[in-house]
Unconditional design. Structure first.
Length: 259
């Protein structure tokens, strides 16, 4: 059994319409929708028009996005699904995303991911992937979690069994996969297909605060064949500064970022 899992939150109506259209035109169609519905979110009726089985979970009042993602993960953990493809409702999926993800998971990988293509408006979609061929022969370094997010991954649900406590971090996706890797060694593979990632002001891929700078540097060092000694030094300086400011800690094998 497989499901497409996501949080239904308040977005511009045409964002949701474009996401739903990308569900409708998936090449593999035999999957359920596993949806956590945030308070006051609209659009569940549109999802029901897809004529798919929907597992609907209502969020608690005044819950945060991190709270809701934790609930989604824990409900999936207790579900009867074998595989889950994660998605974000303001993104668009290529038509082969679910099919390719399921096929690779059945080959024995417990986490798969697809490339991203950044976009602002659907009328001007690019065909240039964010990572492209640079990932083909990737030797997974410590930065591997920077390519994994809840908009471009799929997992075998069994790996959630030991994740019996909430993820306490502002950057939920990164921390979720890092903690999973501490509990269950992840066997990761890249698959064909794309997530069209909608770029918003302040998003992790275009926000030039300290955390995003660290993200960008990690990606450049990971994939750039040129001399990266200067970038590596800046990464080390940023990490030392974050440690000095006590921005994160590890407890009982779990990574946490302080609020």
């Amino acid at each position: 059994m497989i499901c497409l899992a996501f949080v239904l939150y308040t977005v511009e109506e045409h964002f949701l319409d474009e996401f739903i259209e990308s569900i409708k035109y998936q090449s593999y169609t035999n999957f359920d929708l596993f949806v956590l519905v945030e308070s006051n979110a609209k659009g569940l009726d549109k999802l029901k028009n897809l004529n798919k089985r929907i597992i609907e979970i209502n969020s608690a009042e005044n819950s945060t996005p991190v709270d809701n993602r934790n609930v989604l993960i824990q409900r999936l953990r207790k579900s009867k699904y074998d595989h889950v493809v994660f998605a974000d409702i303001d993104d668009i999926m290529s038509p082969d995303r679910v099919e390719n993800s399921l096929e690779r998971l059945k080959q024995g990988y417990n986490v798969v991911f697809n490339d991203l293509i950044k976009f602002v408006d659907r009328s001007n979609l690019s065909n240039v992937p964010l990572w492209g061929g640079r990932l083909k022969n990737l030797k997974w370094p410590n930065y591997k979690f920077n390519v994994l997010g809840l908009g471009n991954t799929a997992i075998n649900v069994g790996i959630l069994e030991k994740l019996n406590r909430p993820i306490n971090a502002k950057i939920f996706d990164w921390s979720f996969f890092l903690n999973l890797d501490l509990l269950v060694k992840l066997n990761i593979s890249k698959v064909e297909g794309y997530t069209y990632y909608r770029v918003h002001s302040g998003g992790i891929l275009n926000d030039f605060n300290e955390q995003s700078r660290l993200y960008d540097l990690n990606m450049e060092v990971m994939f750039d064949v040129n001399d990266n000694s200067e970038k590596s030094r800046e990464i080390d300086d940023l990490k030392k500064q974050r440690e000095k400011n006590d921005l994160y800690y590890v407890k009982d094998g779990f990574w946490f970022e302080k609020a």
